[in-house]
Design a protein around this ligand. Structure first.
Ligand code: PEP
Ligand code: MG
Length: 582
């Protein structure tokens, strides 16, 4: 019997628009290990506890083998770290509390492990002794190892999510999303992840609603609960009554009708009312996204985030694997251009097999090109793969998280070296492959004119730019009020970059999430943007907004916005403009 909780309403914030209904599928997680959370029958309790005992045995065995290996390769004291973990896996309190959680809360053992480990971590994190606080990472590590052993035990590496589910999780990291088919999911509900987080980007590109910022949501909803996710106003209805359900059925029908209406615009050109063509490209992160880009008649791929291909593997893909992958994407979109961004990890984006240096503030530490330049082998193999694809397709290379000219020069040096190697090997490539810089760090924005001397094009990454200009973490909902794309400082930076790029004669595209919101289109045109790269599902709505605008009106709007001093005033101006246009 599936336990169904009472009717309730949970309020968060919308991070991807739309309405959906369906049954909840709850995931729990320790760090990046995501596990399903479900109720178990009384008759299943013993079997669950037995699975736990087997997993502990397996984890202990693994740790003891690791201890021997590390002691032999590195040293006895390093090996002892794993000996201590092997003891901790057998900890009596851990065992008792997991068993109690399974027996009393009637939850599966994976969810019980997550609950107990998180409780231990919270306790340790509260102590004042910094040495003891550091132990939280060890406890998480132990949790991960037990969960990995449980996953092996029942082949859980792929999550079998029932068709039409609504996924409920603390946070959806790329490594977790790689383990299920997003097409089976109707909506996302999470605790963490702001409007510009990866959960949001994922939801928008899949065209599914998402609500975030609901504290401890995996503990407030149970697998099997009926949910309505209102991604327009950021509300989740748990087991709603008949009247609420009827209301939402109507709205869902209206919205899908509107979308169907937009399909008619598919073959219309992306051009303003006064005749300026504004190329509309697609953002992609996997080869199948190029399919959606073609469906929506994108003018190319303006941003291909290469991280996804790295995050679904357990080791770095070889140059040949990368070549095959990017070639397939470039082939699909040919003869249109494809802008592939070099691996952008660090900050909030992690790879399971690429341990990053500990950082007090990961967003301000080694990420993007900084990390690649510290790991030139990784950079070199990606550049070689991209160069080889450029022999047959119009490929451009985009550098992430550029702060100044030094990173551009250092990247060019590795690019030149890769070209020399390929020439010596007799392999073809485009020697004039365009190299571009992301403008997403304020220093790069300020230096647009300087960078223009050494790069061929720019791409404005407003997701990070907003976070860095306003000192508000894009992933942290608690500072969501400070993360404001319409902040006057952000608008002035955008205008500055657009002017500098135009004066220097360098193409500028905008690929952050701002570009995909039709409410911003006219303003962005007025600020000087003439090329947009958005999630495939957003192309038609943005095209509609471009086709409804004139450059003259857009410039008047931008001038008025730039004269304002607060986000609220800018938002009000846009709202008044929207009403006037109706
Ligand atoms: C950005 O920062 O705006 C961007 C497009 O890159 P990402 O969201 O991948 O950091
Ligand atoms: Mg970025």
């Amino acid at each position: 019997m599936m336990m169904v909780s009472q009717s309730s309403i949970l309020r968060g914030m919308s991070i991807s628009s739309g309405i959906a209904h369906g049954a909840a599928y709850v995931l729990s997680s320790v760090d990046q290990m995501v596990v399903p959370r479900r109720s178990v029958e009384a008759s299943e309790v013993d079997a669950e506890i037995e699975r736990f005992n087997v997993a502990i045995g397996a984890a202990e065995k693994e740790l003891l083998a690791l201890k021997e290996d590390v002691a032999r390769r590195i040293g006895a004291s390093e090996g002892d770290i794993f000996a201590a973990q092997a003891l901790a896996v057998r900890d009596r309190r851990l065992h008792e509390q997991v068993v109690t959680a399974v027996q009393h809360s009637r939850i599966n053992v994976e969810a019980a492990v997550v609950e107990v480990i998180e409780k231990f971590v919270r306790t340790v994190e509260q102590v004042s002794d910094p040495y003891l606080r550091e132990r939280a990472a060890d406890i998480r590590d132990i949790g991960r190892r037990i969960l990995a052993a449980l996953a092996k035990d029942d082949g859980l590496s792929v999550l079998e999510i029932p068709e039409g589910s609504i996924l409920v999780a603390e946070e959806l990291l790329p490594s977790a999303t790689a383990r299920f088919e997003l097409s089976r999911v109707r909506a996302l509900v999470t605790d963490r992840g702001g409007r510009f987080s990866h959960t949001s980007i994922l939801a928008r590109s899949a065209r599914i609603p998402a609500v975030s910022g609901i504290r401890e949501v995996p503990f407030k909803i149970e697998t099997g609960d009926q949910l309505i996710v209102d991604g327009v106003s950021g509300v989740v209805y748990v087991n709603p009554d008949e009247s609420v359900r009827r209301e939402y059925e109507r709205l869902e029908a209206e919205l899908s009708g509107y979308r169907a209406g937009l399909q008619k615009g598919l073959d219309l050109p992306s051009v303003t009312l006064d005749g300026t063509a504004v190329p509309l490209l697609a953002n992609a992160s996997k080869v199948s996204d190029t399919e959606a880009a073609c469906l929506y008649r994108a003018d190319g791929i303006g941003l291909y985030r290469t991280e996804f291909a790295f995050s679904i593997r357990s080791t770095f893909p070889t140059e040949e694997e990368q070549y095959q992958l990017w070639k397939r994407a470039a082939q699909r979109i040919h003869p249109r251009k494809i802008v592939l961004r070099l691996l952008d990890v660090g900050g909030d984006k992690q790879l399971p097999y690429f341990p990053l240096p500990q950082a007090r503030n990961p967003s301000l530490a080694q990420r993007g090109i900084r990390l690649l330049l510290k790991n030139p082998g990784v950079l070199r193999s990606q550049l070689r793969a991209l160069l080889r694809v450029s022999a047959e397709h119009p490929v451009s290379v985009l550098i992430p998280v550029v702060g100044g000219i030094e990173e551009v020069r250092a990247t060019r040096a590795v690019l030149s070296q890769a070209m020399a190697e390929l020439s010596a090997e007799g392999k073809a490539f485009d020697p004039r492959i365009p190299l571009g810089a992301m403008i997403e760090v304020p220093s790069a924005a300020v230096l647009t004119a300087v960078l223009a001397k050494e790069v061929d094009f720019f791409s404005l990454g407003t997701n990070d730019l907003v976070q860095y200009v306003l000192a508000a973490d894009r992933e942290d909902a608690s500072v969501g009020d400070y993360y404001q794309p319409l902040h006057p400082a952000v608008l002035r930076v955008i205008r500055f970059v657009a002017d500098a790029a135009r004066t220097a004669g360098r193409p500028l595209s905008i690929c952050g999430e701002m570009a995909g919101d039709p409410a911003y289109t006219e303003l962005l045109l007025g600020l000087g943007l003439r090329e947009f790269s958005v999630a495939p599902g957003e192309i038609l709505e943005v095209k509609n907004a471009i086709r409804a605008a004139t450059l003259a009106d857009a410039e008047t709007l931008a001038t008025a916005a730039l004269a304002l001093g607060s986000t609220a005033e800018v938002a009000e101006l846009l709202e008044r403009r929207r009403l006037a246009r109706r």
